[in-house]
Design a protein around this ligand. Structure first.
Ligand SMILES: NC(=O)c1ccc[n+]([C@@H]2O[C@H](COP(=O)([O-])OP(=O)(O)OC[C@H]3O[C@@H](n4cnc5c(N)ncnc54)[C@H](O)[C@@H]3O)[C@@H](O)[C@H]2O)c1
Length: 381
């Protein structure tokens, strides 16, 4: 008999679907002592929620997250709703002694993230943030390469996260998905949405960022409001955000993110250049890790493109046979497997709320620098 983890999920959108799929698949592919039970799904629109719950097999529904958090038959609250809901739900869940899983960015800003981290740690409840890109097999392999000491002294870390879906000035603001364009709901623009991913991966691969200087831009200054014909709202999220910085290990950082790079859909790249070797990853070619090794014989120097689908590669032996690829949704299943395993062993999987707080503090520093035009030291937790 497996130990049951009874889950209450908030949100049935993009992430609600990704998480539900992970809960359903994880025991089919990973050997775990724990089995998630899809106890209740929660959102405000009852009809849409019911259809979602039926499709993914959630046992019951709740239309108020407060009810969900109060339920005695639920062990874990999984927050997959927009950013402005994370804090209140996480604080209530921690106070009720629930395990808390939360989507990224953890919070609207560093102060909220600090409060949330103190709450889960104070309550002593397991916690986790769904920065799923750590669980792309090729990115996990990059981490392995770094941990094995193959890169040598790091000199440069470079990341881009580029999309192109908000270029039209007629795109409305607010409502499903488009809450991302409303600072009151999203907190920030691409910095919280996209740069957060890049920073989480960077801190994981290359350690803490010490100081940053950045700039942001709003290309479309005003947008129509979804569901309110005739009303327009001034846009205050960052449409683009770029910054450079210094890592604590002495290497230099360069980050760029935008939703105005025509032709780039989910172009999430990273490159780390060290004394002995470099790694490069591009999410639009997700099965490959590129690796350059200065230790190769001189006449064989060149970038290798490693097809990360072998049994020896992170997570891959859980899936198909070598050469067969996996996809976006598997990153969530891999992440959930690590989280459950962490609870079983008592060694919590990362990123925890505290890890995500560190990312949030980098974002705060970048936005402060963009406002003031100065270099800003990243605040300590
Ligand atoms: N890990 C990733 O790569 C990734 C990708 C996309 C989104 N996200 C994050 O996931 C979260 C949700 O994003 P999404 O793309 O799924 O959004 P979405 O618009 O697709 O879905 C949001 C859901 O939250 C529900 N909701 C909104 N307010 C609510 C409330 N007060 N109570 C209960 N339910 C409420 C909506 O009904 C909807 O079901 C955000 O924090 C976002 O940043 C993470």
């Amino acid at each position: 008999m497996k130990r049951q983890l009874r889950v209450g999920l908030v949100g049935y959108g993009f992430m609600g679907r990704a998480h539900s799929n992970a809960y359903r698949q994880v025991n089919r592919f990973f050997d775990l002592e724990t089995e998630p039970v899809l106890k209740a799904a929660c959102a405000r629109d009852e009809a849409k929620l019911r259809a979602f719950a039926d499709r993914f097999g959630w046992e019951t529904i709740e239309t108020d997250w407060r009810r969900l958090v109060e339920r005695q038959d639920i062990d874990a609250i999984d927050i997959g709703s927009p950013n402005n809901t994370h804090r209140e739900i996480a604080l209530a869940a921690a106070a009720a002694g629930k395990i808390v899983l939360c989507e990224k960015p953890l919070a609207m800003n560093g102060d909220e993230a600090r409060e949330m981290t103190a709450a889960v740690e104070g309550a002593g409840v397991p916690n986790f943030v769904w920065f799923n890109y750590r669980r792309v097999s090729a990115i996990s392999l990059a981490k392995q390469v770094v941990d094995e000491g193959r890169i040598g002294r790091p000199f440069h870390y470079r990341a881009q996260y580029l999309q192109d879906w908000t270029i039209s000035p007629e795109l409305e603001l607010g409502g499903p998905t488009l809450w991302r364009l409303d600072a009151e709901v999203a907190g920030a623009g691409v910095s919280g949405d996209l740069v957060a991913h890049s920073v989480d991966t960077a801190l994981w691969l290359n350690g803490p960022l010490a100081s940053v200087t950045g700039m942001t831009e709003i290309f479309v200054k005003e947008r129509p409001v979804q569901g309110e014909p005739g009303r327009r709202k001034v846009v205050t999220i960052d449409d683009a955000c770029q910054f450079m910085g210094r890592f604590a290990n002495g290497s230099l950082a360069l980050f760029e993110s935008t939703r105005y790079a025509r032709g780039r859909k989910n172009y999430n790249t990273l490159e780390l250049n060290g004394e002995w070797a470099s790694v490069y990853f591009d999410l639009e070619d997700p099965h490959r890790l590129q690796f350059y090794d200065h230790g190769d014989a001189d006449h064989l120097h060149g970038w290798r493109s490693i097809h990360v689908t072998g049994f020896e590669h992170p997570y891959m032996k859980q899936w198909w046979v070598p050469g067969c690829t996996i996809g976006y949704e598997h990153t969530f299943t891999n992440a959930l497997a690590d989280f459950l395993k962490g609870m079983e062993t008592g060694e919590l999987a990362h990123p925890t709320f505290r890890d995500a707080l560190r990312t949030q503090l980098v974002l705060d520093a970048v936005l402060e620098s963009a406002r003031t035009g100065r270099w800003v030291d990243v605040a300590q937790e």
